[in-house]
Write a protein that binds this ligand. Structure first.
Ligand SMILES: [Zn+2]
Length: 302
């Protein structure tokens, strides 16, 4: 198990909710797909690092750090005895080529060079370590995880791990001797403490409550075609069955992420879910899981 687990970012969740409830403009649609794909790639990578011996290596997933007012992010950070390994994970798919220190898609569009990205993170990470008088060699790599990725004119001397090399590269880790000490755990705890999730609201398009499609959605396939019974909701598309209570709580969390300033009331949740027939049931669940503020007509839940 990773020392710091990866969780879906609030930004990805927010984009997913919005994508389900409105038509995203094309720019935001691209960001959303990029986020989904990126997350999938990271999860693929995590499956491989899960195999690392936890007595020898600490794996910290998704670190967002700041040093000298500059933010940087590391997809996975592997702490070993003598060297630490920042990993940049890319889920690029299709054909790319490399020319004069640049990455291109086959249609000649230049894309951000992931090698520049890891160099930047490496410098900022070293600065972070310096602040706490921690000194250790670090070795960054870019990991391309998608089996359908090809890089033409691939440079031989760059820190890139290709899909075909991935498993072997990580298997080698467990063969290395590595003894973790208190210092390793201390730096791991320090990085976890310094981790600050990014605001999810900077890249989303404008939206309003009125504009969004209402309805409780399926936990698994996000379809609106769910039927609510007394205790369970059933998805007509994928067949998933979920407790009504969970469905309502998910919907409240969705509302809170979409509209951080909104007051959660029984009527609002009733209107938002659409398929729950009993306001009483909604009220009971809200009372059970949230704190009640105000009385009678002005009651809301926090
Ligand atoms: Zn479903």
């Amino acid at each position: 198990m990773a020392y710091k687990e990866r969780i879906e970012s609030e930004e990805l969740k927010l984009f997913r909710f919005l994508n389900n409830r409105m038509v995203l403009p094309s720019k935001e649609q691209k960001i959303y797909l990029y986020l989904e794909k990126g997350f999938k790639g990271e999860v693929m990578f995590d499956q491989l690092t899960e195999e690392l011996d936890p007595k020898k290596f600490l794996v910290l997933n998704d670190l967002r750090l700041e040093t000298s007012s500059t933010n940087f992010q590391i997809d996975s950070f592997i702490i070993g005895q003598g060297t630490h390994f920042p990993c940049e994970v890319k889920n690029y798919e299709g054909d790319y080529y490399y020319k004069s220190n640049q990455f291109y898609v086959m249609n000649d569009t230049v894309i951000q060079n992931p090698l520049d990205q890891i160099k930047r993170s490496e410098t900022l990470l070293l600065q972070t370590f310096q602040k706490v008088n921690y000194s250790i060699p670090i070795k960054s790599n870019v990991f391309f995880v998608n089996p359908a990725f090809t890089l033409y004119q691939a440079p031989l001397d760059k820190p890139i791990i290709y899909p075909t090399q991935l498993s072997k590269y990580l298997e080698e880790f467990n063969r290395k001797p590595s003894v973790l000490t208190d210092d390793h755990y201390k730096i791991a705890d320090y990085l976890v403490k310094e981790h600050k999730p990014a605001s999810p609201y900077t890249r989303v398009p404008p939206y309003t409550y009125e504009l969004l499609i209402k309805g409780l959605t399926c936990f698994s396939c996000h379809s609106f075609l769910v039927l609510a019974g007394e205790t369970k909701i059933v998805c007509n598309v994928c067949g998933l069955v979920e407790k009504v209570e969970n469905g309502i709580l998910r919907s409240v969390e969705e509302l809170q992420l979409l509209f951080p300033a909104i007051k959660i009331t029984t009527n609002l949740v009733f209107q938002w879910c659409k398929v729950i027939e009993s306001k009483k049931q909604i009220r009971r669940i809200l009372q059970k899981h949230y704190k009640t503020v105000g009385t009678r007509h002005t009651t809301y839940y926090i």
